[in-house]
Design a protein around this ligand. Sequence first.
Ligand code: BYC
Length: 322
Amino acid sequence: MANLTKEELFQAKIDAEIKIEPKDWMPEAYRKTLIRQISQHAHSEIIGMLPEGNWISRAPSLRRKVALLAKVQDEAGHGLYLYSAAETLGVDRADLMNDLVTGKAKYSSIFNYPTLTWADMGAIGWLVDGAAIMNQVPLCRCSYGPYARAMVRVCKEESFHQRQGYEIMMTLSNGTPEQKAMAQDALNRWWWPSIMMFGPSDADSSHSAQSMAWKIKRFSNDELRQRFVDATVSQAEYLGLTLPDKDLKWNEERGSYDFGAIDWDEFWNVVKGNGPCNRQRIKARQKAEENGKWVKEAAMAYAEKRRKRQQKIKTQEAAKAA
Ligand code: BYC
């Protein structure tokens, strides 16, 4: 061990499944990769509140409203844990937020699609949170301690979200023909964007190989996408709904479903800011920042006042003791 370089020692720790903590030495590229991924993840949670928040006031019953409200509030909480995890790497939350509202930062493509009917609340919970669970459970074993620990609670809450979405789909699928048609229409619109959430195919994923060597990611984008498709087919069958993919077929040899070609042009178009709702989402965040400015200023002023008072007490105590 004595003649190993810092980089080799770092990799040895990762290989031995020892968590990396904020004050440990880490390669600059590891730190940057984590800041990139965690901040994009945090932004996704915050932007992710918007499509569903759109339906809180139009939920069909008090029970549905309470569940949806709780879900959307959970997403805000996820954003906060994740911004805190990013801050342990030496970045400032205000700078991250600035990158989001100026359109510089990325966030998940999925939240740039519109929520047109109540059934979309079912499809999002079932598919989007279902995909999130598939992607995020392995992140509970991420090599960076603060991110891994934040993900444990996030994943528990995502499970509740997935169940509430699936239950909405069950109710609609077992309802009137109009309700069932609404559920099918939501599935038709959310299926492809949901499987795009896992990111570009492995051949085009620029960060996967290094992130997997560092055990930030445990599985590749395509591996997780395949697991999600395999898990979701029988759930759709149980609902009596059809996944909108004529090429979806069980492959005996692979023990997995084959599925149709993903429209990567659509994916990159959305990632680059040209999806149906990108501009609307950023505008909503800009407005929230602007309207919330006074709250932040008041909180900062209070914190400063408290700090000064505590300093005064300390000085007085030191003077008394002397
Ligand atoms: N959308 O080399 P790759 C939630 C970008 S929150 C937009 O594979 P990586 C929820 C990628 O950033 C859901 N951009 O990257 C919330 C990279 O660009 P840069 C969010 C995408 O990082 C509310 C480039 O493409 N989940 O679930 O190794 C309500 C090349 O990609 C996307 C997370 O953030 C995309 N879909 O892998 C309900 C989970 N995919 O940075 C639910 C944590 C890729 O080079 N993140 N890009 O400019 C991850 O697991 C990984 O970052 C990803 C991408 C799998 C997403």
